[in-house]
Design a protein around this ligand. Sequence first.
Ligand SMILES: [Zn+2]
Length: 420
Amino acid sequence: MLPYRHIKIFLINSCLALCLTILLYTHSVYAVTAMKANIATSENTTIFYLRLNQKPDGVKKFILNNPDRIVLDIQHLEWHINDKIPSHGVIKRIRFGKNNDNGRIVFDVTQKITTTNIDISPHSSVSGSYLLKLTLYHSKNAFDLNTILKNQTQKNLSQATNTKSEHAATSTKENFYSKHQFKSIKRRSPNDIIITIDAGHGGNDPGATSLSGFKEKNIVLDFSKELANSINRQNGMQAILTRDNDFFIPLDERPMIASHYKSDVFISIHADALKDKNFSGSTVYTLSDTASDEIAAQIAESENQSDIIAGVNLTNQNPEVTDILIDFMRRETDIASYELAENLVQKLQKSTSMVASPHRKAGFRVLKSPNIPSVLIELGYLTSIDDERRLTNPEKRRTMINNMIFAIKNWHHQRQLSGH
Ligand SMILES: [Zn+2]
């Protein structure tokens, strides 16, 4: 048996350890301190930076009107900033107060703000600290991607018209975006899912050619039209075709057409050629900076050549859209595209021959729409006899189309359930 003295020491030690744990825990919970704040502005944004000693557990953000203000509630935040933060950009005044356990920062703003973004990441130069970055997008430059993209296209077109290049003239003449200025396609119902279907290649750019002489541009056009007709027969869905005939559309304009119609989905349809004639089956591609494998890289490279083959004057191409506003929208879109691709693979593989690992990734230019979930489907490879047979068989095409529609519906339903 232990002597009484030992039990006593043991109890005191345990008690001390417990108190120390509670103390440390409370300390870490309450130790979110705001140490430094400053504001930076650009033409379209005002950014508020706050240096914190640790990553907060919870941050909530509200936008309030009359008067216009943004509120940040940060769990257990203590304000250790003595200097007054001068007004800058759209931020007129910053106030701090306690709201129960939370620290509340209120930003009085000079104009209505509808879009904001918060990012908290480790501080790049003060080790152990975190930097909270709150971006306020100025409403004057409305958060309207369609306007941004449209302005860029129009700028592009006027540049193309001004140049004497024969190629540029051809591309302008064949330009869907200008020539077909959205014909008479009307949205049937504001609640419909809009699916833009992009038949790859066209006009001067035939794409791949099969062993028996079928051209990719025709095979994918027929397939796209059939898919669009089937979609239009569904309740709650409407299809838009980027091209309904044999003409070429520059790569960058294809997602813009989807954007013009405020599409929910963009699907580019292809049937390419590969060096390996035994490679066959369908593949679903999503956008990625790095290709998932060698074949994906090869396909993306050949697809991205389309403009050169069709004779588009590349000096008039859009600059990369690198606006901060588009960057953060991209993340959300990438997730949605990924989920769509997974759904398509799951449904298609029930009845269609697919390649091994059928969801692949690469840097396709046509998939760069920042706000519309986009996938590129290689229906098959025209270098394979099996795929050529499959794609020219109406019954097999019908099965693929039904499964694709099923996948889109399923994906949309899942997104609705998760609050999108
Ligand atoms: Zn292609």
